[in-house]
Design a protein around this ligand. Structure first.
Ligand code: KIV
Length: 305
């Protein structure tokens, strides 16, 4: 029996090697996002392979229009909460906008912080061949890097909106080339977002590292979704590739309205939600503060005066 930590795909911590062997066994890999302690704990106990602390937190948790305003401080704050909630799943942190684009040295320092201060196992960054120096430097420091190609939300303004990418033969060829370059640079896995199923299938077959799709069809080695989309918690919009497994926004509203009505109608709190004092302590208190004893009958009370 192995005594190495992280070596068991079934029992122990999920590692990059676990994900790699799942690809080899053609066993689908499951990822979802989390940004807080309870969601991370629920995902971990549900048996998810990996949790991404995505910069999507800017949109689904912090209410921004895009992921661009998310900072390293935001990421570290949420990474720490997730790390406290999950002990088994493989934990990946998104490198936020401008944390890896300015210089290789800054990219390396920020990637290191996400592991050292955020408790993550790996980092993810967006972009193709232009990211090679940053990826090589981070990987050389012993930090696993996940790539992200296709619809890269940090480039939403350059892409002209949230559009499906790699639809033409030329753009698909560039994307396939980029995926091979990222693998050569040392990425241990790749996310493909919003691209045609045919393109993601070709890339999945060509690469030896696991390919995780979102809006990229069923031909990838694994799937990821933004948890708030899957749970129906984000009511601004739901991408067409999302399968909604719950409608928690409506469910929350229903519960909040029920609470408001219960308080207004004095149905809450009921006796079982309140704490009572020991009767003798209450009598002592009443005597102490010189109030009439509520247990004494009104005509008995009159005799006191
Ligand atoms: O930020 C995020 O949640 C992501 C996923 C959509 C892959 O990058």
């Amino acid at each position: 029996m192995s005594t190495l930590p992280n070596s068991s795909p079934s029992g122990g911590k999920v590692s990059i090697h676990t994900l790699q062997s799942k690809k080899l066994r053609m066993e689908p890999i499951t990822f979802l996002t989390a940004y807080d302690f309870p969601t991370a704990a629920a995902l971990d106990r549900s048996g998810i392979d990996g949790i991404l602390v995505g910069d999507s937190l800017g949109m689904v948790v912090l209410g921004y229009e895009t992921t661009l305003p998310v900072t390293m401080q935001d990421m570290l704050h949420h990474c720490r909460a997730v790390a406290r909630g999950a002990s088994r799943a493989h934990l990946v942190a998104d490198m936020p906008f401008m944390s890896y684009q300015v210089s290789t040295a800054e990219a390396l320092r920020n990637a290191g912080s996400l592991l050292q201060k955020g408790g993550m196992d790996a980092v993810k960054l967006e972009g193709g061949r232009e990211r090679t120096p940053a990826i090589k430097a981070i990987v050389s420091a012993g930090i696993p890097v996940m790539g992200h190609l296709g619809l890269t939300p940090q480039s939403v303004h350059q892409l002209g909106g949230w559009k499906v990418q790699a639809k033409s033969a030329e753009s698909a060829k560039t994307l396939i080339e980029d995926s091979l370059i990222l693998e050569d640079a040392g990425c241990y896995a790749l996310v493909l977002e919003s691209i045609p199923v045919e393109v993601s299938q070709l890339i999945t077959q060509r690469l030896s590292i696991p390919v995780i799709g979102i809006g990229a069809g069923s031909g990838c080695d694994g799937q990821i979704l933004v948890t708030h989309d899957l749970l129906g918690l984000f009511d601004r919009f739901t991408p067409s590739f999302v399968k909604k497994y719950a409608d928690l926004f409506s469910e929350m509203q229903r519960a909040f309205q029920q609470y408001i009505s219960d308080v207004k109608e004095r149905r809450f709190p009921a006796a079982e939600h309140a704490n009572s004092m020991d009767p003798q302590a209450l009598r002592d208190l009443i005597q102490e503060i010189n109030l009439p004893d509520p247990d004494v009958e009104p005509d008995e009370k009159a005799r006191y005066h």
